[in-house]
Write a protein that binds this ligand. Structure first.
Ligand code: AMP
Ligand code: TRP
Length: 348
């Protein structure tokens, strides 16, 4: 079944497992806002159940969830236009995830590169949740019959698995029920790289804070990190093709292009023949101008955690109202008896 049969509905999620980075902002958040403002139905989720697949300190998890919600709001997500909530408040995600654990094959999950990276050498000691992570992700999306999923490049494999889960479920039960989703991996910043190593993704879990820009960084910190960002000693080339083997240079130009809504080639052309020191000082000005209002607004919002909790609670009620009937129908298809409405639950 193609998404065409389903009403267009966007779903995406971000893990509240630490500071959100410039990579999350450019690769995900700004595109979430664009889709919201294009008038599409948009559902955005702080995936706290995904975050706990690796150890999280309870106090820090709570704070990081509120901070991530503040980042969404500060970046332009509007609770009147989008549904914004944290995953654990809508039980349907975990319930459908169990069903998908029974659809998904061990072999599929064993091929997931994110699992291999995160589990590292000590696989025996990784949580079962980390292994089953992509089945929960498929449930996040399909419990809303979402059709379009904007993500950064690193999530491509997980979205392919989501398609496989939908296809196998529909095939096994001879139904035309779950949509086969469209990944939306677009823009100049689908993969923002580390400031210390242009071949590694910028990540909130990198041990070096100098490798990333956090949305909470002050102007001084942004300046320090960008000035110290690794580059090479050659002057800037006039087009991206000529920067093919210069990953750090490519990355900084891409960041500049994404922050200023320009094409990377025109940025390269503007700085052709110039040294990185000049370019970096313009990049600092641009990054501070764009990010400072966001961090200030995040600061303001996090002063009032109860207002953030209220917004997430309201979003969870709206989300549950969409998810519950889809979950109920899924139970029926499988042959699971649900003779009453179920335990009292949000929207249930
Ligand atoms: P995560 O922080 O892993 O929960 O990622 C949340 C979203 O941000 C996903 O859509 C990721 O693909 C995206 N994302 C994370 N890091 C980057 C990055 N360095 N460049 C572009 N997108 C990213
Ligand atoms: N796995 C995603 C990440 O780490 C986060 C995520 C969880 C997600 N569920 C999702 C993204 C559903 C899109 C749709 O980036």
């Amino acid at each position: 079944m193609t998404p065409a049969r389903h009403q267009k509905r966007v779903f995406s999620g971000i893990q509240p497992s630490g500071n959100l980075t410039l990579g999350n902002y450019l690769g995900a958040l700004t595109r979430f806002v664009d889709m919201q403002n294009a008038g599409i139905e948009t559902i955005y989720c702080l995936v706290d159940l995904h975050a706990i697949t690796v150890w999280q300190d309870p106090k820090e998890l709570r704070a990081a969830t509120r901070e991530a919600a503040a980042a969404f709001l500060a970046a332009g997500i509007c609770p009147e236009k989008s549904i914004l909530f944290n995953q654990s408040q809508v039980a349907a995600h975990a319930e459908l995830a169990w069903i998908f654990n029974c659809v998904t094959r061990m072999g599929w999950l064993s091929r997931m590169t994110q699992f291999k990276d995160k589990a590292g050498k000590n696989r025996e000691n990784a949580s079962v949740g980390l292994f089953a992570y992509p089945a929960l992700m498929a449930a996040d999306i399909l419990v809303y019959h979402a059709t379009h999923v904007p993500v950064g490049d690193d999530q491509k494999q997980h979205l392919e698995l989501t398609r496989d889960v939908a296809i196998k479920f529909n095939h096994d039960f001879e139904v035309d029920f779950f949509p086969v989703i469209e990944p939306v991996i677009e823009g100049t910043a689908t993969r923002v790289m580390s400031l210390r190593d242009g071949t590694k993704k910028m990540s909130k879990s990198d041990p070096s804070d100098m490798s990333r820009i956090n949305l909470t960084d002050s102007a001084d910190v942004i300046q320090k990190k960008l000035r110290r960002a690794r580059t090479d000693s050659e002057p800037i080339a006039g087009c991206m093709k000529d920067l093919e083997y210069r990953p750090e240079a490519r990355n900084l130009i891409n960041i500049f292009a994404a922050l200023s809504a320009q094409d990377p080639d025109s940025v390269a052309q503007t700085y052709e023949g110039r040294q990185f020191a000049d370019f970096k000082s313009d990049l600092v000005d641009l990054a501070v101008t764009k990010l400072q209002p966001i961090s200030q607004e995040m600061n303001r919002l996090t002063q009032d955690p109860s207002e953030i909790d209220r917004i997430l609670g309201h979003g969870a009620e709206q989300a549950a109202a969409i998810a519950e009937p889809i979950l109920r129908r899924t139970y029926e298809i499988i042959g699971l008896i649900r003779s009453r409405k179920g335990p009292s639950r949000i929207g249930g």
